[in-house]
Design a protein around this ligand. Structure first.
Ligand SMILES: [Cu+2]
Length: 211
């Protein structure tokens, strides 16, 4: 009997408590809903002298928050004396797996900010892993084969895009706000642009990269 009486009373308390909790949480829920209405940045990159427009990276320089690196390493293969892919863009803290699919020795000589990051020899069919801990452009060279080169853009956030063969790109799910957008190419001058991403809307940013 005591149990059922107590249960009824606590049931009413629970209902009132739930209503109070729901009301207290309402502004929070609204804030959450607001921030989830993301926008899109889109546009075209023209680049005279770029062999492959897909080797251009368009990215937001800084977005509020911390961004997780992938749980599994990202692969750079060494195939027929070339790094595949030639250009990679990752979030800071990402682990890279360097695979050697050739039947000859390669070494990955990595530099960042004009200093050596690491230099590791990789025998045929073997691999090595390294974590990229700092933002910036990492250049890769093989000391044995001067024709081998690659670039890794280590970025603060994952809001980036690679243009298609016509130069069109789109970065989706961007939180509303004002950002500095940058278009990067290994040989052309990088270009930056201020963009304002509206809530739930689109902003266009076209680039023309020059030597
Ligand atoms: Cu090599």
């Amino acid at each position: 009997m005591d149990g059922s009486h107590g249960g009824g009373k606590s049931g009413r308390v629970n209902q009132a408590g739930l209503l109070a909790a729901a009301l207290a949480a309402l502004p929070f829920v609204l804030v959450l809903a607001r921030t989830e209405v993301t926008g899109q940045i889109m546009g075209t990159v023209r680049a005279r002298g770029a062999k492959n427009l897909g080797d251009i990276v368009v990215y937001i320089e800084k977005v509020e928050g911390q961004f997780q690196s992938p749980k599994t390493p990202v692969l750079i293969d060494q195939v027929k004396r070339a790094y595949v892919p030639h250009v990679l863009a990752v979030v800071v803290g990402t682990e890279i797996e360097f695979l050697n699919s050739d039947n000859e020795l390669h070494n990955v000589h990595a530099r960042q900010n004009k200093t050596q990051l690491f230099n590791v020899g990789i025998p045929p069919q073997r691999k090595a892993r390294r974590i990229l801990k700092e933002e910036g452009v990492v250049t890769l060279l093989c000391d044995i084969h001067p024709e081998m080169s690659a670039y890794i853009l280590v970025l603060q956030n994952p809001y980036l895009a690679r243009p298609d063969e016509k130069g069109n790109y789109a970065i989706g799910n961007v939180p509303p706000g004002t950002y500095t957008l940058r278009a990067w190419h290994e040989k052309l001058k990088a270009q930056t642009m201020e963009v304002k991403v509206p809530e739930g809307g689109k902003v266009t940013a076209d680039f023309e990269l020059k030597p």
